[in-house]
Write a protein that binds this ligand. Sequence first.
Ligand SMILES: Nc1nc2c(ncn2[C@@H]2O[C@H](COP(=O)(O)OP(=O)(O)O)[C@@H](O)[C@H]2O)c(=O)[nH]1
Ligand SMILES: [Mg+2]
Length: 240
Amino acid sequence: MTAYIVIPTYNEAENIEALVAGIMAQQPEFDLVIVDDNSPDGTSAMVEAMQATQPRLHLIKRAGKLGFASAEIAGIRYALAQRPDFVLHMDADFSHHPDYLPTMVAKAESEGADVVVGSRYCPGGGTKNWGLGRIILSRGANLTARTLLGLRVDDCTSGFRCYRRAVLESFDFDQITVDGYSFLIEMTYLCQRRGYRFAQVPIIFEDRALGTSKISKRIIFEALGLVLRRAVRRLTGGAD
Ligand SMILES: Nc1nc2c(ncn2[C@@H]2O[C@H](COP(=O)(O)OP(=O)(O)O)[C@@H](O)[C@H]2O)c(=O)[nH]1
Ligand SMILES: [Mg+2]
């Protein structure tokens, strides 16, 4: 079994070394693709230094901050070109803890799931160290997306996923122009529409201890806009 893990980074110098070590401790046979947007804190130089001893560590260096979704897509494209069995993606700040990786992959293999979602909102999942504002925004975004789009996954804005390669190969990523959480909702929606089988792994999502969040409130409102547009198209029988 082969797998690539895509990790977008922007100013993750405080996390990246420990994260790579944590993932390698769990899944030494997996490849990692770090997609760094020229982080001012030198994240990419740290990755380059680690590459000397980690042949499975790949780095895509981009010229500037091009956004979360486009970083995920760049990493996914790179990974697909290597034709692994699975492509995963996760954040760099330990909110998606490497300890869950074996369960995510086992679920994909044992249940034959096409998409495994690390979920905060299924039984056993949860969040830790989150402010009330963030809890309300995240719950609200999920509730809205699930209700208006009929999504069955409990956590449709989770950035911790494992896809079977063929699922991602079925997408034309040139057509996906949304950023941030919208990208995650969009992928959930389109995968469900295409009939792919989902599985969920409960995760405790702990807010980052080091570094700062780069995803703004604007992106949450963009996600709501996407959900509303999709919902209207769905109700009026429009195509995807
Ligand atoms: N390459 C790249 N990575 C990004 C960008 N924005 C966020 N990230 C990374 O995406 C992941 C999630 O971002 P984070 O700020 O933790 O979002 P939050 O957990 O929703 O607050 C982290 O690994 C970030 O470093 C971006 O514009 N470019
Ligand atoms: Mg985070």
